[in-house]
Design a protein. Sequence first.
Length: 284
Amino acid sequence: MWFVLSLGSAFVDSVKDIFSKRSSVHLDEYIAAWSLRFFTLLIVGPLMLFHLPKIVDQDFWVAFGIVIFFGSIASVLYMKALKNTPLSIALPIASLTPIFILFTSRLVNRELPSALGIAGVCITVLGAYVLQWSKRAHGFFTPLTHLVTDQGPRYMLIVALLWSITSPYDKIAIQHTNPFFYVGMQNLAFTFVLLPFVLFKGRLRSVFKHSQSLAPLGFGHAIAVVLQMIAVPLTFVSYVTAMKRSSSVFGIFWGRWFFKEDHFKERLVGCLIILMGIILMVVS
């Protein structure tokens, strides 16, 4: 059952990114990021009220504050990356997060990467290279350097780094409360933190004007998170996380079918190699 729930979470999350990509083209990234959190809150907010913890200690609030600070930046950069990058490139790059987590979890959770985990890192880097295989004619290392020099991939690479910082603190926050309370509080905080940027730009009215395209962002994200939270108690968290990353494979197909993106085969192969590396890191 956990496999079906996790795969469903990945599929819904990838469908959400179709709407994210379309919205990011004609809307400000702050509007898109805020809308995702606001419409997510409409669903996860009631769930939070039914899972209020008896005690919320200091460790939770410290972890929660760190997540909101770095996560708010990541939310905006994620939308900027989708605006400037093909979906079939952006989502696999976001899947590079486990590489950075090997190092951040060492600092935060005292978790040491094993030899298998390091092998997973190397395979994942190979997958990132294959993603941009068509650029190899300009130099052997060009497919990797383009992850840094091109604006869109650079934004998504920063997002992956920021997620690697927030992920260990996500774990701490959930351990000190519960998943549903944490997800609700997280989206509530993101909504308030990003609201001033939306008001400053005078774009709040456009959120409701374009609600037909923006609401699916939050609703899709909320459904994906709820499915993920139901799956977590049924197996190891790492297994659910690995399955969630399969959303990048769906994203490559959506990029081809909905946005007519090129280099389908190389990006699919690169994404599958990245997933192999992620599985090794998870198993380790």
